[in-house]
Design a protein around this ligand. Structure first.
Ligand code: EZ4
Ligand code: CO
Length: 402
């Protein structure tokens, strides 16, 4: 059995997606997601110039060997471009293998560990009152877990705040939008949001908050302590994690659960965090961390240290990644939670899928494979639109972490 051909499909049904399609000589095909938000065309070039020429003619059943070939064989290891290209191939190969077996993907991973997958939605508002209303809307939709972000007085476009609707799309312009940040203001304001949310809705629902790499370790520890009375499910990316040891200080000063990992590419990015139990949730995704083959290694390491998964699932991860993630989450024993930022109707139409939302849980389908396809004719009607993530500057003009 051979990979006959491969192609990269770039489309923009409301936002950009890069999709890989692998076709075998037996007619079975597989689909993978290769989207790298704001840097999409770098992965397209990597796949077209450096991966696809090697893949054609290979045996698609050799998933592990192909993974090693693309990782070790590149000599240049890791990084978001390489690892997303590998992830796309890996998703497509698992899709093919599961279709050949006539089974939904989770069966190949080891079978079902749960009925459905708890997801969290994104509530946001320009001020605390708007965010409280937005959380209420998610509760009415049946969500059990909700991430809450709010505008902060004196900060221009604080992270995670949309422009008048429930969802928000950070990659909003062809060149980066400039947003603002002020840690002192955020540290005073964010605890007031969660105080109000608990006073309004009680403690039944899980509440989460994304700090988006903005705080220093000491500031993050201060925030974690201030939020302890409100019993959050986690604070996410509370400090940048190139230096994993930065989490030691935070961990030793607060019992608020810590989550990190959406920008990580490999197990090496989380090794110290996991082995020292400095975090509670590892947020690597199938797309970001080299596909199912590599993510299961991360999850297995995490399980040894009672760290649970909390897969990244923003709108820049296509329905293909969501399909793979839900099969993975349905199997993985140390599952924590799955992020679920709903895709637009236009995106859902381009990527027909069989997962479904019910009472706060997502359920993967039972179709053979990962259950997500691409309608190529429809995709062709949505051509690529350059779109960048924003940058952040402090009040004095200093560039900060977006
Ligand atoms: O900013 O995926 O938890 N979710 C997030 C996302 C990220 C985007 C970046 O492409 O932090 O909204
Ligand atoms: Co995040």
């Amino acid at each position: 059995m051979k990979i006959l051909s491969a192609k990269v499909i770039v489309c923009s049904p409301g936002r950009n997606f890069v999709t890989l399609k692998l076709v075998t000589d037996q007619g079975v095909y597989g689909i993978g997601d290769a989207t790298l938000n704001g840097r999409e065309l770098a992965v397209v070039a990597y796949l077209e110039n450096h991966v696809i020429p090697c893949l054609v003619g290979m045996d698609p059943r050799r998933i592990e060997d192909i993974w090693q070939y693309l990782y070790r064989g590149a000599y240049w290891r890791r990084g978001p471009v390489t690892m997303r290209a590998i992830a796309a191939v890996d998703m497509a190969l698992w899709d093919i293998k599961a279709k050949l077996a006539g089974m939904p993907l989770y069966q190949l991973l080891g079978g079902r560990s749960r009925d459905g997958v708890m997801v969290y939605g994104h509530a946001n508002g320009r001020d605390i009152a708007e965010t409280v209303d937005a959380v209420g809307q998610y509760i009415e939709l049946g969500y059990q877990a909700i991430r809450a972000q709010t505008g902060v007085p004196g900060i221009k476009d604080a992270y995670g705040v949309g422009r008048g609707s429930l969802s928000y799309e950070p990659a909003d312009a062809a060149l980066p939008t400039v947003t603002g940040w002020d840690t002192a203001k955020a540290l005073r304001h964010v605890p007031q949001l969660f105080d109000k949310l608990r006073a309004t809705y009680g403690f039944e629902h899980q509440l989460l908050h994304d700090c988006h790499h903005r705080y220093t370790p000491r500031e993050a520890a201060t925030l974690g302590r201030a939020l302890e009375p409100f019993q959050l499910f986690w604070i996410e990316d509370c400090t940048p994690a190139e230096n994993q040891e930065a989490f030691r200080l935070i961990r030793h000063h607060t019992t608020t659960p810590l989550a990190v990992g959406e920008v990580f590419n490999t197990i090496w990015d989380v090794k110290d965090l996991i082995q020292n139990q400095w975090i509670d949730f590892v947020r690597c995704s199938v797309l970001g961390a080299g596909g199912i083959t590599h993510l299961r290694r991360i999850a297995d390491l995490a399980a040894l240290y009672q760290v649970r998964t909390g897969s990244h699932g923003a709108t820049d991860l296509s329905p293909v990644t969501m399909g793979c993630a839900l099969h993975f989450d349905t199997w993985v024993p140390n599952f924590g939670i799955q992020e679920y930022m709903r895709h637009s109707d236009a995106t859902d139409e381009v990527f027909p899928h069989d997962y479904r939302f019910e009472r706060g849980l997502l359920y993967c389908g039972e179709a053979p494979g990962h259950g997500v396809d691409i309608d190529e004719a429809l995709a062709a009607k949505h051509p690529y639109q350059p779109a960048c993530l924003p940058v952040t500057r402090l009040e004095d003009g200093t560039l900060w972490n977006w």
